[in-house]
Write a protein that binds this ligand. Structure first.
Ligand SMILES: *Cc1c(COP(=O)(O)O)cnc(C)c1O
Length: 375
């Protein structure tokens, strides 16, 4: 045993004891069906909310681009990797978000990791919702700015922190998710925009789970970011903002400058998916309606999104509930701390327009049979 080996084994043992060890499972996904360990399940754990990752037009566009441009971009976008599919993709994103311009990154994670440090530094302050996605916090930390967290969706707490701290810093930025990834609730964007405007604070909204599902029409958002890997069914991240912001990011965002461009096929898939989202809004509406069918059956308040958490409390209970659902042919992954706050381990159910009504009834029947309910 080497010293490193010994260290890692000890850490893994401790994680296992706390039900926090994570392992990779080979998964073969076909639409909403997944196969793991030779068994088939209806998945309520995918983020392909509109079923676009397998849409024939999306695949055909990727296929054509693959043949025309090859498998890889070959270099950073600033060198020779800026192939001809970036411009139409960025125009489609800017149109979707009603902004002057957009910039595509390697992933949503890379977009946040590059954008926040490009705009913020040590003399600045960031106000972040307690439940924002990990990659916003990673970007905030990397920027070297002071970070203050406000209670989830609590505008009174945000206003108090702003009153206390804003005057002592140069620039300020508010970070929120549009749709919270583990809770499925929506940020009060109009109120956030008002607090931002009144206090000379920039507002950045992560729309990873909103695109194609919850309209992003709010005024006063300085920076929209998101991913092309969820409802858009492909891969990549983006920022949409004024042209000046985008132009500055092209020079300053290190995760763009020092990382290879996306494959053209990926951009082609995302572009076609965005066109389908714009042309066929019924997909997003259906996915939300299916989530609401389960809310009604479980006695939970209605939702505006495709994400429905069933809070189980401790990690063992969440894992047991997930295992129990598997026996009914349902895959609903347990989400545990540290991804969610302590004692709020949960089943995170996600809904897709590709689920059939019968599959949703199957889920409801399984939840009832196992007595699984929100604590
Ligand atoms: C998934 C996700 C990201 C990261 O996007 P990727 O393209 O998967 O890297 C960022 N923010 C939120 C809220 C997410 O859910």
């Amino acid at each position: 045993m080497t010293l490193l080996d010994e260290y890692c084994r000890e850490e893994l043992t401790a994680l296992e004891a706390a039900s926090q060890r994570r392992v990779l499972r080979q998964t073969h996904r076909t639409g909403v069906m997944v196969e793991q360990d030779g068994k088939n399940y209806v998945s309520f754990s995918c983020n392909d909310y509109l079923g676009l990752s397998e849409h024939p037009q999306v695949i055909a566009a990727a296929d054509a681009a693959l043949k025309r441009y090859g498998a890889g971009a070959g270099a950073s976008r600033l060198v020779t990797g800026n192939h001809p599919l970036y411009a139409p993709l960025e125009r489609a994103i800017a149109a979707q978000k009603h902004t002057e311009a957009a910039l595509v990154f390697g992933s949503g994670y890379l977009a946040n990791l590059g954008t926040i440090p490009a705009l913020m530094g040590a003399p600045d302050i960031i106000f972040a919702d307690k439940l924002v996605h990990a990659c916003l916090l990673d970007g905030a930390q990397l920027s070297g700015a002071t970070v203050k967290r406000f209670k989830h969706n609590d505008m009174g707490h945000l206003a108090a922190l702003v009153a206390q701290h804003r005057p002592h810093f140069r620039h300020a930025l508010i970070l929120v998710d549009h749709v919270y990834s583990m809770d499925g609730d929506v940020a009060p964007l109009a109120e956030l925009a008002e607090i931002a405007a009144q206090n000379h604070i920039w507002l950045m909204v992560d729309d990873a789970h909103g695109l194609g599902v919850v309209p992003s029409a709010a005024q006063g958002v300085d920076i929209w970011m998101g991913t092309l890997s969820k409802a858009a069914g492909a891969y990549g991240g983006y920022v949409a903002a004024k042209k000046s912001v985008i132009d500055l990011l092209v020079t300053r965002a290190r995760s763009l400058v020092f990382s290879t461009g996306l494959p053209a096929a990926t951009c082609a898939a995302a572009l076609t998916a965005l066109e389908l989202i714009a042309a066929e809004p019924a997909r997003g509406e259906r996915a939300v309606a299916l989530a609401n069918r389960v809310c009604a059956a479980m006695g939970l308040p209605p939702t505006k999104t495709t994400i429905l958490p069933i809070i189980m409390g401790d990690a063992e209970r969440a894992l047991a509930a997930s295992e129990a659902l598997k026996r009914h042919g349902i895959l609903a992954v347990a989400i545990r701390p540290p991804t969610v706050p302590p004692a709020t381990a949960r089943l995170r159910l996600t809904f897709s327009s590709a689920h059939t009504d019968a599959q949703v009834e199957q889920l409801i029947a399984a939840l009832r049979a196992e007595g699984i309910a929100h604590v």
